[in-house]
Write a protein that binds this ligand. Sequence first.
Ligand code: FES
Length: 570
Amino acid sequence: MTNTTTNAKRGLARGLTDYGDPDFALYLRRSFARSMGYSAEMLSRPVIGIAYTASGFNNCHRQFPELLDAVKRGVTAAGGLPLDFPTVSLGEVYLSPTSLKYRNLMSIDTEEMIRAQPMDAVVLMGGCDKTVPAQLMGAASAGRPAIQLVAGPMMTGRHRGERLGACTDCRRFWARYRAGELESREIEQVEGQLAVTAGTCAVMGTASTMACIAEALGMMVPGTAAIPAVHADRLRAAEATGAAAVGLVGSKLTPARIITQDAVENALRVLLALGGSTNAIIHLAAIAGRLGLPLSLDRLNALSDETPVLANLKPVGPHYMEDFHAAGGLGAVLRELKPFLHLDCETVTGETLGERIAAADPYVDRNVIASRDDPYEPQGGLIALFGSLAPRGAILKRSAADVRLFEREARAVVFGSLEDLSRRIDDPDLDVGPDDALILQNAGPHSAAAMPEAGYLPIPRKLASKGVKDMIRISDARMSGTAYGTVVLHVTPDAAGGGPLGLVRTGDRIRLSVAERRLDLMVEEGELARRRDEAALAAAPAQPARGYAKLYAREILDADEGCDFAFLRP
Ligand code: FES
């Protein structure tokens, strides 16, 4: 009976199915596992689960079958048994109303399948925007040793001699098409050149930002965040990740030990130095929140004031992720940030962050990654704004904004919903001028729209055709990490959750001050109280009656709490 004893609660002997007889449960499990053709020797090995997210609805993960083979090779060579399992996959552009709505569903799936199945450690294979945060949230809650592997970024395409990459260039060409500068034939040609290989968006958008954050947190094999998806090094990274996962078996290096308050602060520094995506603030708050760690927007501002922008990547600069990787990648950025970082943070390989930095290749291309003494910007790319319009904060990506709009009082032009926006934004009779502030309401986490990436409001066609390229735009929505402009996002509390954003009316005065970190609605409190009473009398929107939508409506938290579900936080 030695092969059926449960004394080593490892590998397949973990978490047995409950039949009231543990030895029988293990015997049964092994006999079923043998049906897959594994030898007894393989079945006695520690088990490495692989959360596998290939999907016909996720172009960014389309090389995952090959990547999975490489992970399995690494696990097997290091003495483990690799067992992949499917979870929810989220392809950014295929989900309605928005992928964010389903991030928490994916995190629940990931958490429960890690916990319920017999694995000693898990490799998280993600990449597209919401997948990496969902996996890190789930793994943090599951509490088992975990290591992240990402798809890696796409290579760029070409159009008439110009390099193109999803999706900053998608927006640039679409804005030109809207302004009448491009024929429909050319926009069709561009459509075929924006996303030309497997992998995640080719710029420092949300996916690449989250990949770098996962590495900065210590949850990834060093040097692997930015390797292009189709590069042979990506397969070697997958193999190394599989081997590193075996190294985690029996270790106490769970996500809770790696993702500490200091590690979260390191990740914020990296986010700021990269001029990374605004979405990352939400995701990092959600990941940290799973471990009971707060993410303070005041602290973000303090770090932003003293963290230089070091990367010169789209959507802020001219370069793409493949250039970033060739220029030294995240290792070079971490080396420049060294005086600002908590170097004693542990990482999945067992090294401290300081040791990881010391071991990195010293090469750097200064055209892409600046030194801290001569940065692209002396201060971080993201800031939080507070004020009567955003009592719990709002986010501005100042590195992607027009500095001429930073200190402004503007007239509000209000759109009550996304439907209202699409109906009226291009109306030739819309009363709007280039100095106005466009306001979008009811696009936050509590709205039926579930906080889409709609904060990058289009410039009204009648202004765009006159050459207006940027305006102040304010909403409770998010913005794609690949977008740019003077766009104030994540206004919290959101309009649908009862925040003051819902009380703004066309003609109100709005004051934005980047210097003072302020965002104010210049309306008397008496008038706001009258509007609040009026809003209370209006019929409440219908709530979902069943299923995940009902769970979402009941449990969703605001942006400052990462848009997590209340019941998933500790
Ligand atoms: Fe998947 Fe951009 S659509 S990363």
